[in-house]
Design a protein around this ligand. Structure first.
Ligand code: ARG
Length: 562
């Protein structure tokens, strides 16, 4: 953002052309100027001069620079710089460029896999994490111009179908296609209850699984119906969450793609015989990894077999520049073994990351103590919306909306999604109704309210886009603070993308909202004299655009009134 000054400072230090070691960053505090550099400290060794001397050199050289009001040496060798108002104004268009998605570049795709629920079960609240974080990261990649394939690798294969078909046979009362997901779940739960009394069910389930895998037509039809019922139900939850996928090819898709891979592994001596005729992969002792089971003793394939086949398929079909798979930490070992297996097979993998996230913890104890039974995501989302409804009603005239139902939807769903995206994914995440629905603090309603405020100002100003009426000689502190934060948007996008951490973007939006609200409280905007009025409208408009772009990446809907 501050490349002009960075280049000038580099020149002052006699660095070679193109040397990019001098960086200016936003100062933490306005009393330390608008931006600062620690270049003198960092380059002291390589330039053979003390930080103080280098810092003084930079200050002397920058004094009188057209962008600079004042600069000073601070502490052991920092350089603080106060910028002219025109610099903020002239950099705004560059910030606003980043509010539009970069046109998609023609290059190899990035595969982003997330959500991946298992078929025949409703989404549980724990699915939220991977689903929302994965979607936000896919959105970050798209916004930055990468071609993205978002992929829902549904768990539509495995022993659960055998069990379900037995339960259905015994206790089902209508065609599968007419069952709700809840009814299917009930059957599945009943199977496990009855299993305690009648151990023979286990074998029946296994037998059905085997027949299904061998292509039994009736079981196939049953399976296809169950998949359809589940996918329809998933679709409505995804829609509410603004989550979507380019592909939902699940485990079953790899059914006919495992045999060649197994043959290759055997031929290459990577898949060797383990206990009871199973096929396993062994890893060097130093790796600390246990053997990886890739085929059962009875010839049946596994979750691992499908993932190996899928890695091959993705590389052959899409030649991706990168593959990301979002899962919780329970799957860490599985993916380490998977990658090591592919390497033993001699496959060349693109950069691969199993992007991990923490567990969900509940502030409300009653949510975590429901043993056995999963807490359904749909119920949680419904509760979020009805809580938002109650809040809107209790606030009365303090909330302006033409459509309270729609607003409650935006607020409730936004609150749940934002509460996840505003927390560092690597830590356990806290689910806290009061915090996520609060109008103060780092929450969706706060961001939504602030956005609605910008819209109200711009509506009253009655302008489509703001033209500046002339130069402003000085900025008030609230304006400097807001302007400085606006300039950080491109960096926040970059960092959130590089570390696959949407909370870095959420935190930026939160800071921006705080700065905008302080600015709004301290300054007249519409009644100010020119040129201040148009400059303040311009800051308001820029704030709105950054919030809109950021919220869209984070799947949060923004209301025009609130
Ligand atoms: N369906 C799996 C589960 O619910 C997660 C799938 C993760 N992705 C993968 N490629 N194995 O546990």
């Amino acid at each position: 953002m501050f490349s002009t000054l960075e280049r000038s400072a580099a020149k002052i230090l006699d660095l070679p052309e193109g040397d990019s070691r001098v960086l200016f960053l936003r100062s933490d505090d306005l009393t330390h100027g608008d931006i600062a550099t620690s270049a003198a400290l960092q380059l002291s060794k390589s330039l053979g001069q003390s930080p103080k001397v280098l810092a003084e050199k930079i200050v002397a050289g920058l004094t009188g620079h057209p962008d600079v009001v004042r600069c000073e040496v601070a502490g052991p060798g920092f350089v603080n710089v106060w910028l002219r108002p025109e610099v903020f104004v002239s950099l705004l268009p560059r910030v606003l460029e980043h509010t539009n998605a970069t046109p998609t570049r023609k290059e190899q795709p990035v595969i982003v896999e997330y959500s991946q629920p298992n078929i025949a079960k409703p989404l549980g609240v724990h699915h939220l994490l991977g689903t929302i974080i994965g979607q936000a990261v896919a959105n970050l990649y798209r916004h930055a111009g990468f071609p993205v394939i978002s992929w829902n690798y549904v768990g539509d294969w495995g022993t659960q179908f055998g069990k379900l078909s037995v339960a259905f046979e015994l206790w089902g009362s209508k065609p599968v296609a007419q069952c709700s997901l809840d009814e299917l779940l009930e059957l599945y739960v009943r199977f496990h209850e009855e299993l305690e009394k009648d151990a023979s069910l286990e074998e029946k389930g296994r037998e059905a699984s085997r027949k299904l895998e061998q292509g039994d037509a009736t079981l196939r039809a049953f399976w296809a119906d169950v998949v359809t019922v589940t996918k329809n139900s998933l679709a409505s939850v995804y829609k509410e969450l603004h989550v979507s996928f380019d592909l939902d090819l699940g485990e079953s898709f790899y059914e006919d793609k495992m045999a060649p891979v197994l043959e290759e592994g055997i031929a290459k001596g990577v898949f060797v015989e383990g206990d009871g005729g199973a096929l396993i992969v062994k890893f060097p002792e130093e790796s600390g990894m246990p053997p990886y089971l890739v085929r059962r003793g009875d010839g049946g394939t596994l979750y691992s077999t499908r993932d190996i086949a899928q890695m091959r398929y993705r590389i052959d079909t899409y030649n991706p520049q990168r593959i990301l798979i979002f899962t919780d930490v329970a799957q860490k070992l599985h993916f380490e073994q998977l990658v090591a297996t592919c390497q033993q097979l001699g496959w060349k993998l693109p950069p691969f990351e199993n992007v991990l996230f923490g567990r969900m913890r509940f502030a409300d104890k009653s949510m975590s103590t429901r043993k056995g039974n999963i807490l359904k995501l749909e119920e949680v989302l419904n509760e979020a919306v009805s809580r938002a409804e109650a809040i809107i009603e209790s606030r009365g005239d303090a909330i302006q909306t033409d459509d309270p139902k729609e607003l409650a939807q935006q607020m409730g769903i936004g609150a749940v999604a934002y509460s996840i995206l505003s927390q560092n994914r690597k830590m356990d995440m806290v689910f806290d109704w009061d915090k996520m629905l609060s109008f103060e603090g780092n929450s969706a309603p706060y961001v939504q309210y602030t956005y609605a405020r910008t819209q109200s100002v711009l509506r009253k100003a009655g302008v489509e886009s703001v033209e500046l009426s002339g130069p402003v000689s000085q900025l008030a502190d609230h304006e400097r603070q807001l302007a400085g934060t606006l300039l950080q948007f491109p960096g926040a996008l970059r960092e959130a993308l590089a570390s696959h951490s949407p909370h870095m973007l959420a935190n930026h939006l939160y800071q921006l909202c705080q700065d905008f609200n302080a600015f709004y409280g301290a300054q007249q905007i519409l009644k100010a004299d020119e040129p201040h009025r148009s400059l303040r409208l311009r800051f308001t408009e820029a704030t709105a655009r950054v919030l809109r772009a950021g919220a869209q990446i984070l799947t949060i809907a923004l209301p025009d009134r609130m």
